[in-house]
Design a protein around this ligand. Structure first.
Ligand code: GLC
Ligand code: CA
Length: 524
């Protein structure tokens, strides 16, 4: 599967997939596990070596399944445990690992634990976080600023306020309660026993609350994660824990512990800067952020990404940068969501193939393991008319028919509509046609993955100075990467003379790059 001396996730190419939107095997208008299993051949062809599956727990689906009503079940529309085991088996047969989302911080208010906790005198009351005084923990920010002004919500039945960092239908679990910590660890075991290769720990900075703090990244949270890691090391060696912590680098680093906490963490700070660099013809922000990216403990790995199922978060940039990003990428206020932009990769970049390929080339060569978002490999569009973040979660476009070949149901029964605009509808953007065309975006992305040296996952990195702010140059072990973030053709010096991939030309140690051009150089 991979270089034996390296843990698998350090050389993996990840692919994030929303089961409900990928492929519907039984024609009910909702994607399912069997549908995904049937598409594994496509993912193998694309060069994907690990998939990350968005939540499949039973859920009222008021937050895309991040509102869990049962940790020990599967949403019936998605299939059953046999379907899930089959998916894992079939993926493994193709050399593809499988990780799933695990929602640690909160449940749905429909979870039986919460329903019981609300009842007066309930023994489960302290499974959640309650107060009589909603000024408690007032230093914690509100995350979903478009829909909420407080992290406390009043519960009529309980006669108290309960704590929620996200939607008010998602009460936070109380990690001070050992019974909660044990129940969550047991639920993880339940899933890992089915052969899973890892868990994405959703919203992991917010597990504990303490007065006088912002209730994020607390030492208690790290202590619990170390306990979980030690369970993984003892009982499930090889399984990876991936932290979703939208935090500054120094706070993020803590999620690796001393190599005894999470194996991986998303690199949130670098992501919006890639978009800022393309918009401003200036790669300096990326170079600076990379240079400031701390070394991580042995065996750990960053997850790097361009887009995902959420809004393109702008929480980690300065207010000036945020304004520039909103200006460039969200001219219509409907494109904005919370502190971010709810659009997909291709429309963000105006469908400009040069920019889309540049960012993929950079993504695949940044320190870390890349995580691609389903549909971005074919240049799928979005639908800002749909509520919340649904516009970036529309059905995968497999073929040029109006239903995109993802479901046989009557389109009026589709869980979410297929993107239908002229530029991004299935007649223009789909797997079938792009697979047949060697000049398509899909073919380009597939070639990039195929040519990506494993060293991009594992080698040390160093930011180089190419002498032009418009060019990002980084050394990755024996390799050099040069990327032109501007619309001008440029020639820079970045010292190597062997070509691996890209659309620039090399003469001695001088490198010529077309607008938005890039080169991977090094031992072929
Ligand atoms: C994570 C998920 C997001 C969800 C939130 C609350 O940030 O990525 O989709 O809404 O957690 O569960
Ligand atoms: Ca179905």
């Amino acid at each position: 599967m991979s270089d034996d001396s390296e843990p698998w996730y350090r050389t993996a190419v990840f692919y994030e997939v929303a089961v409900h939107s990928y492929a519907d095997s039984n024609g009910d208008g909702i994607g399912d596990l069997q549908g995904l299993t049937e598409r594994l051949a496509y993912l193998e062809w694309l060069g994907i070596t690990a998939i990350w599956i968005l939540p499949i727990f039973p859920s009222p689906m008021r937050d895309g399944g991040y509102d869990v009503s049962d940790y020990l079940g599967i949403r019936p529309e998605f299939g059953d445990f046999d379907d899930f085991r089959t998916l894992i088996e079939q993926a493994h047969r193709r050399g593809i690992r499988v990780i799933t989302d695990f929602i640690v911080n909160h449940t749905s208010n429909q979870h039986p634990w919460f329903q019981e906790a609300r009842l007066p005198g309930s023994r489960k009351r302290d499974w959640y976080v309650w107060t009589d005084d909603p000024s408690t923990y007032s230093e914690a920010r509100v995350i979903f600023v478009d829909t909420h002004t407080s992290n406390w919500a009043w519960d009529e039945v309980a006669g108290q306020y309960y704590w929620h960092r996200f939607f008010d239908h998602q009460p936070d679990l109380n990690y001070d309660n050992p019974a909660v910590r044990d129940a969550i660890a047991d639920a993880m075991r339940f899933w890992l026993d089915m052969g899973l290769d890892g868990l994405r720990l959703d919203a992991v900075p917010y597990l504990f609350e303490r007065e006088g703090t912002n209730c994020e990244n607390l030492p208690e949270t790290h202590a619990y994660l170390k306990e979980i890691r030690s369970m993984i090391d003892d009982e499930y060696p090889g399984v990876v824990l991936l932290a979703e912590a939208n935090q500054r680098p120094e706070d993020l680093l803590a999620y690796f512990g001393d190599g005894d906490e999470c194996h991986m963490a998303f690199n949130f700070p670098i992501m919006p800067l890639l978009f800022l660099a393309v918009a401003s013809d200036d790669a300096t922000v990326v170079a600076k952020e990379l240079a400031a990216t701390p070394d991580i403990p042995r065996g750990c790995q960053w997850s790097v990404f361009l887009r995902n199922h959420d809004e393109l978060t702008l929480e980690m940039v300065t207010s000036t940068q945020r304004a520039a990003l909103y200006d460039a990428y969200a001219p219509d206020p409907a494109m904005r969501k919370n502190v971010g932009i709810r659009r997909r990769l291709a429309p963000l970049l105006n469908g400009d193939r040069r920019k889309i390929e540049l960012l993929h080339a950079v993504l695949l060569s940044l320190p870390g393991s890349p995580v691609m978002y389903y549909g971005d490999e074919i240049g799928m569009g979005d639908d800002i008319v749909l509520p919340d973040r649904d516009g970036v979660r529309t059905p995968m476009q497999w073929n040029p028919t109006p239903s995109a070949g993802w479901s046989d149901a009557d389109p009026t029964h589709f869980y979410l509509p297929v993107v239908s605009d002229d530029a991004y509808g299935p007649n223009r953007v789909n797997v079938h046609d792009e697979r047949a065309d060697e000049h398509s975006l899909l073919s380009a992305v597939r070639n990039l993955i195929a040519m990506r040296p494993p060293a991009f996952g594992t080698a040390a990195f160093k930011v180089l100075n190419p002498g032009d702010p418009r060019v990002l140059a980084i050394a990755r072990g024996e390799f050099t990467v040069a990327a032109n973030f501007s619309s001008a053709p440029l020639t820079v010096r970045c010292g190597t003379d062997s070509y691996v991939a890209g659309n620039g030309t090399i003469k001695g140690n001088s490198v010529s790059l077309p607008p938005y051009g890039w080169l991977w150089m090094g031992p072929a």
